[in-house]
Unconditional design. Structure first.
Length: 414
């Protein structure tokens, strides 16, 4: 369906460009950069020569003046510089940004070939474009910019996307909290082309159409990163009673119904999201008689069901990010433990709990320990029979482990 685009790999030698600002690090603070991790925090910086503009390219050197990288400058963020090039001969300019956008698109060919019309095209640091998200939903591209550096190259980003996807309209959802930390104002609306309808439906794996609200939905409109896990739910659901917690627009529920679930309960606090979930059932010509859509607080509802002694064949726990920062990590871990304790108590013997954390600060080992402690509290014997993660269009940068943020466990209850 999509043709690989050509990428101009010509390098721009330093002698042909001008850089006026140099960021010098404190002694010993270059270790992460030597491993090509892209973040340079304000406390690592000794001094800045010149007066770099917001988002402009700066040269970063160690305490002895040795070249480390080129990066984009953000004067108000704790992440003061985001590194984009560790080669002294490769300057950060429009050509580099455009090439990386094309590289990112070419990397997604397999995901498109699987029958997906909703695909992440750019995944921020994962694609060496920190602070930029681009998702494609049918004939719409949704961009989200959360760093000064990507804001600086706004025109290049938009023009390159028009070149790669001449048939697509572009809508912006630059309204994240992280954008405010960069000293940037929120911005949403049509960038190019037509305005999207309130709800559109994108084909997933050639089988299920999931509802997407580009203008007002979470993130850019949908959670494309859970595609593999939704397929898993479909495989586990034949004849099953399913509890889908934090259901949002019900995509897990759609795959459960497609897989032959006997009944499913979608639980969410948002009536708007639940209404979208109902339309998804109708759009896919699935049986609404097997569905319940309950506007409830998930923690409270789980406790109610435990007290009633209700059991399910399959429970899905896909909560929002509990750990927003290192300061609230302990509280987040308690939240994950509590909800998994309740979830495990609701699973029949022989059934499954699929549980997730999208908090980057909670690594896979810590998450498994939390769930293990939850099983002890619940007095449940559970076995990990599968691990789950973000799909391949949400690429992971080897030197930046934070880009591997979504982890999940398939637990069989014995």
């Amino acid at each position: 369906m999509y043709t690989i685009v050509s990428v101009d790999k010509a390098r721009f030698i330093m002698s042909s460009v001008k850089t006026t600002s140099i960021v010098a690090l404190n002694e010993g603070r270059e270790k992460s950069l030597l491993r090509h991790h892209p973040w340079i925090f304000s406390k690592a910086i000794d001094k800045v020569s010149g007066t770099p503009d917001k988002g402009s390219c700066v040269e970063v050197v160690d305490a002895k003046g040795n070249f480390l990288c080129y990066g984009l400058y953000s004067p108000e963020s704790q992440i003061r510089v985001r590194a984009l090039s560790f080669d002294k001969d490769v300057y950060v300019d429009e050509n580099l940004i455009s090439n990386r956008l094309k590289d990112a698109f070419n990397l997604r060919a397999k995901v498109f070939a699987r029958g997906n019309d909703g695909v992440r095209i750019v995944s921020s640091e994962g694609d060496l474009l920190p602070g930029l998200i681009v998702d494609k939903y049918n004939e719409y591209l949704v961009i989200s910019i959360s760093s000064c550096g990507m804001e600086h190259f706004y025109d290049t980003i938009v023009n390159t996307l028009k070149e790669i996807f001449p048939e697509c309209s572009i809508y912006e959802r630059s309204d994240t909290k992280s954008r405010l930390k960069e000293g940037l104002k929120a911005r949403t609306g049509v960038v190019f082309g037509k305005e999207p309808e309130d709800t559109i439906y994108v084909k997933e794996e050639g089988e299920v159409y999931i509802p997407v609200d580009i203008k007002n939905g979470h993130k850019t409109g949908a959670y494309l990163d859970q595609r593999l896990s939704r397929i898993k739910v479909g495989k586990l659901s034949k004849g099953a009673s399913v509890l889908n917690c934090f259901s949002y627009t019900g995509s897990f529920g759609l795959w459960a119904l497609k897989g032959g679930a006997a009944k499913i309960e979608n639980i969410d606090v948002s009536e708007h999201a639940l209404n979208a979930a109902k339309t998804g059932v109708a759009f896919n010509h699935l049986d609404p008689g097997r569905c319940k859509f309950l506007k409830k607080d998930v923690f409270a509802y789980l406790r109610e069901q435990v007290e009633k002694g209700v059991k399910y064949d399959l429970v899905v726990l896909d909560p929002p990010k509990f750990a927003e920062s290192a300061a609230n990590l302990k509280k987040a871990c308690r939240g994950y433990q509590d909800i998994n304790r309740l979830g495990l108590m609701l699973v029949k013997k022989g059934g499954h709990l699929l549980t997730f954390s999208c908090s980057g600060l909670v690594d896979p080992a810590l998450f498994q320990k939390i769930v293990a402690d939850a099983a002890l509290d619940a007095k449940v014997d559970g076995r990990v029979v599968g691990t789950l993660r973000q799909d391949e269009d949400h690429v992971v940068s080897l030197p930046c482990p934070e880009t591997f943020y979504l982890k999940g466990l398939d637990i069989a209850v014995m």
